[in-house]
Design a protein. Structure first.
Length: 231
């Protein structure tokens, strides 16, 4: 059975979601404060973490920061108050994989969770080609491992999938709409900056030539060989 951790101080929400996820074959562990949630996330083996921002003892952004600094790359779906755009961007910059504003429909949360689990499961939905090489990148799509210019990259599942999609279509423009559908499993909203933040996070982790991942303003992204950028 898949194990998911919910860190949220809303006890009623935890009870309701425990029942909802059980019907989907997912075991939900609930913790109601940030410090205890961080300890549980660190000590346990979870396929995904649902993380509220407003928490007692330690807020969700601090929890996320500690998780990523500890090298824990378990997918994290943030639960945010509707309209808290700053918290969403900060959370994505800290390594969250996606977010869902409150209040939400349980079915939408389940759909988001399943999409994240599919992305993070090694080998699930991956192409038949096990190795992808372009522009100094080497991607092992079976083990979800990425190397750039000989340096191993520590990527979240969402960051890896963003990079995989770009390299699969190397030299071509990948539209934001296509990337959002393929990576996030949802249509891109008019003010949704999720992809921009994920792209920025990947660039920051490259040992050199972050501009090899190009933004085509208003349209999308593409990967180019570093030599072509210098010519």
């Amino acid at each position: 059975m898949v194990n998911v951790l919910l860190i949220d101080d809303d006890a009623d929400l935890g009870t309701m979601l425990t029942d909802v996820f059980a019907r989907e074959g997912i075991r939900l562990t609930t913790v109601e404060d940030g410090k205890a949630g961080l300890n549980t996330a660190t000590e346990g083996k979870f396929s995904l973490i649902l993380l509220d921002i407003m928490l007692p003892e330690m807020d969700g952004l601090q929890v996320l920061k500690h998780l990523r600094q500890s090298g824990i790359e378990t997918p994290v779906l943030m639960l945010t108050a509707r309209g808290d755009d700053v918290d969403r961007v900060v959370g994505l910059e800290l390594g969250a994989d996606d977010y869902l504003p409150k209040p939400f429909y349980p079915r939408e949360l389940v759909a988001r969770v399943k999409a994240l689990l599919r992305r993070s499961k090694k080998g699930d939905g991956m192409p038949e080609v096990e190795k992808l090489r372009y522009a100094g990148f080497e991607l092992d799509t079976v083990n979800a491992e990425a190397i750039c210019d000989g340096t191993a990259l520590t990527l979240t599942p969402t960051e890896f999938e963003v990079l995989r999609q770009l390299i699969m279509h190397h030299g071509q423009l990948v539209t934001k709409e296509s990337l959002s559908t393929q990576v996030l499993g949802r249509q891109l909203g008019p003010f949704d900056r999720s992809l921009d933040v994920h792209i920025s996070n990947v660039r920051k982790k490259l040992p050199s030539h972050p501009d090899r991942i190009q933004t085509v303003r208003g349209r999308g992204y593409r990967v180019m060989e570093p030599e072509l950028l210098e010519s």
